[in-house]
Design a protein around this ligand. Structure first.
Ligand code: AMP
Length: 215
């Protein structure tokens, strides 16, 4: 399985990717997670990326493409991969095509997780993440059993700075302007598979599995 998960922030890309990774042993590559780890560790990339991320803007293509070139060439991608949060611009998509050609592999599908802006705002403003293992919760729809504590590892839950409402609106505007042209881009290549993602994560997973004949 070599797939892109496409959709606005809060569509459930990270949630679905984590479930599919565990069930089918494919690499889950989240550019947002890689960037956050770089920010946390104060790497050169993290220092360059931080101000863009805090403002809800995209990190420049050149930095992202370099980072993905290194990541996609690792051994764990040989069994397949799920790209979560990449590509986010047409030039990233064009660069990906060249990277995959060099690796002599092809994309199977681009799964488009469709949700409205109102649902995105509701989901993201209530989202909480574990500082330790990155597990995702929602204060209303998927609360942890103990307030503020991760069920999986006992780590502390936090709200991402970019999950505050004004930054969410900015990220949505960036999605509509810079990322949504990818819908047409992949549709014209016959790779786009739209999925209604305004449902429970179990139902969305079932729809994705149906696309791959795994149900
Ligand atoms: P995410 O966790 O995917 O919502 O990403 C969080 C933030 O990281 C985004 O708002 C961007 O600032 C940055 N980012 C993640 N992926 C990309 C990408 N492919 N291109 C540019 N910026 C990105």
């Amino acid at each position: 399985m070599r797939c892109i998960l496409l959709g606005p922030p809060g569509a459930g890309k990270g949630t679905q990717a984590a479930i599919i990774r565990d069930k089918y042993t494919v690499a889950h590559i989240s550019t947002g997670d890689i960037l956050r780890a770089n920010v946390k560790n104060n790497t050169a990339l993290g220092m360059k990326a931080k101000s863009y991320m805090d403002a809800g803007e995209l990190v420049p293509d050149s930095l992202i493409i370099e980072m993905m070139k290194e990541r996609l060439s690792r051994d764990d991608c040989k069994r397949g991969f799920l790209l979560d949060g990449f590509p986010r611009t047409v030039s990233q998509a064009e660069a990906l095509e060249i990277l995959l050609k060099d690796l002599e592999v092809e994309l199977d599908a681009v799964i488009l997780l469709e949700v409205s802006d109102e649902v995105v705002v509701k989901r993201l403003s209530g989202r909480r993440m574990c500082k330790q293992c990155g597990a995702i919760y929602h204060i209303e729809f998927q609360p942890p059993s103990k307030n503020g504590i991760c069920d999986k590892c006992g780590g502390e839950l936090y709200q991402r700075d970019d999950d505050k409402e004004e930054v969410i609106r900015q990220r949505l505007a960036v999605y509509h302007e810079q990322t949504s042209p990818l819908v047409e881009y992949y549709s014209s290549k016959g790779l786009l598979r739209p999925v209604n993602a305004e449902q429970s994560s179990d139902s969305v997973l079932r729809l994705i599995e149906q696309l791959f004949g795994k149900d």
